[in-house]
Write a protein that binds this ligand. Structure first.
Ligand code: FMN
Ligand code: SF4
Ligand code: SF4
Length: 280
């Protein structure tokens, strides 16, 4: 069937999900691209037609679709059009995220024609504790483009008025995972929890006042309005989702996020995983 256009719907505080989505969209070679970026606000409710190929790319938080992404997707509906679902994760694991997204998209009226789990630099990655640093790299983006091309090719084989080749994303091939790294990670998390004082607040990014120029980047890009103009060096901890958009985007490198997860993830998941894809 002829697809009229492609709509990329993304939530992407540190831009890796959006980058992967843009590369897949490029690969399809469908000329008309619309982008709905839900990172900073939910936007307006949207009904997608049958001749639009929708592409949803979102990050994995704690083995699930980032909760705020899921919430902001709630305004989207489809009239039975095809959708490609992609989760982007920081080289640990994507667990239930893709199947969760599949259940959601099916419930909204989409037909799932392909899915993928791509690796993106972990939100907590830093030069001291790199975790999938620099990903998606050029090879990942080329793989994303090829995937987009294959999806579009598969869709073009579907005759007008025929059903799309729907797929169950539970069958996606999983990346290889060394059992010892996962064991080391689980043990590390248990030790971290034991050390945590009960009732203690979890950390949020902090800013170095001597470096901050009050440029406002973090205020504009925070998905939850946890940073207020005029008080840029303070983070509202009850609003912050620890997405690290402010840390990675601050032009002065004034913001940092100290979390014990960073050294643990860096040590346990140094071995780079491969992207996984499946097409109906
Ligand atoms: C709160 C939080 C939880 C995360 N949980 C996971 C996880 O369970 N598994 C994983 O591999 N990466 C995890 N990550 C890393 C992100 O999935 C990864 O960095 C992704 O590329 C971020 O997408 P974005 O650049 O579109 O924001 C987590 C990141 C954050 C901020
Ligand atoms: S982005 Fe950095 S320099 Fe700009 S206001 Fe925020 S903390 Fe300050
Ligand atoms: S303050 Fe929190 S929610 Fe806002 S951008 Fe920074 S890490 Fe993300």
């Amino acid at each position: 069937m002829d697809l009229k256009d492609i709509r990329l719907i993304t939530f992407s505080p540190t831009h890796t999900s959006r980058q992967v989505g843009e590369a897949i969209a490029r690969g399809t070679a469908i000329k008309q691209l619309f982008v709905t970026d839900l990172t900073v606000s939910a936007g307006v409710p949207l009904v997608v037609g049958r001749q639009t190929l929708t592409l949803i790319t979102v990050p994995v938080y704690g083995g699930h679709v980032a909760p705020l992404a899921m919430k902001r997707l709630e305004g989207i509906r489809s009239e039975g059009g095809p959708v490609v679902l992609v989760v982007v994760y920081g080289n640990r694991a994507f667990e239930q995220a893709l199947t969760e997204l599949q259940a959601f998209a099916t419930g909204c009226g989409f037909k799932v024609v392909a899915g993928a789990a791509f690796i993106g630099e972990h939100s907590y990655s830093s030069s001291r504790y790199p975790i999938a640093a620099g990903r998606p790299d050029a090879a990942d983006l080329k793989e994303a483009e090829d995937f987009g091309w294959k999806v579009a090719d598969r869709m073009s084989e579907t005759g007008e008025g025929r059903a799309f080749p729907v797929i169950n994303l539970e069958h996606i091939p999983q990346p290889l995972q060394s059992p010892s790294s996962m064991e080391k990670f689980v043990q590390g998390v248990m030790e971290m929890r034991k050390r945590q004082t009960s009732g203690g607040k979890s950390a949020v990014p902090i800013a170095d006042e001597s470096l901050c120029t009050r440029c406002g980047y973090c205020v504009e890009h925070c998905p939850t309005a946890a940073i207020v103009r005029g008080d840029e060096c303070h983070t509202l901890s009850d609003r912050c989702i620890r997405c690290c958009a402010c840390v990675k985007g601050c032009p002065q490198r004034a913001r940092s996020f100290e979390t014990p997860f960073a050294p643990l993830l860096s040590a346990c998941f140094a071995e780079q995983k491969r992207n996984c894809m499946i097409i109906g």
